[in-house]
Design a protein. Structure first.
Length: 167
């Protein structure tokens, strides 16, 4: 009887070990969009891309968005831009509205990339601020969201991009 139990247990173990797991939409794989847009000039990533600027050097801000080379589409334009005047105060749905936006003028794309440019002075003016808000818990970051339209009509909201202010 022990021999029989051992053989059954061995067959079950071998049978289960030979099964191959097929991934489906519930698996733990990363979901990467076919038309992924990244920040090409990101200086570093925390969980989101960061670019930097210096107030003492003029406060110029440039964020270069780039479409994956494997994509068959091209970037038509940045349709809308939103920015927060309070650190981490907006989310991706903020660029789906038509009011309260940082920029509503379309910024034309150039093939697989598009560049958004602004300055700290323009940011302060558009957000009705006189100075950037100080924080005691860490650096103050300017937060931007973009609504990008591709040449095929598809719209994409990339990860938020933050601009870290350097001295």
């Amino acid at each position: 009887m022990k021999k029989y139990n051992f053989l059954v247990a061995l067959m079950i173990i071998l049978g289960l070990g030979s099964c191959k797991q097929e991934y489906d939409y519930l698996s733990l794989r990363d979901a990467i969009a076919t038309d992924a847009i990244t920040v090409d000039n990101a200086v570093y990533y925390e969980r989101i891309p960061f670019v930097t600027t210096s107030q003492s050097a003029g406060g110029n801000i440039e964020i270069v968005l780039k479409l994956a080379e494997s994509s068959t589409a091209t970037i038509k334009e940045i349709t809308r831009v939103n920015a927060s005047s309070t650190n981490r105060a907006i989310n991706a749905t903020s660029v789906q509205t038509t009011t309260g936006l940082y920029n509503t003028a379309a910024i034309a794309g150039n093939g697989k990339s598009v560049s958004f440019k602004t300055t700290i002075a323009e940011y302060l003016k558009k957000k009705s601020l006189t100075t950037l808000q100080a924080t005691t818990t860490g650096p103050y970051d300017l937060q931007f969201y973009f609504l990008v339209t591709l040449d095929n009509g598809q719209t994409i909201i990339p990860l938020e991009t933050r601009v870290r202010l350097l001295p």
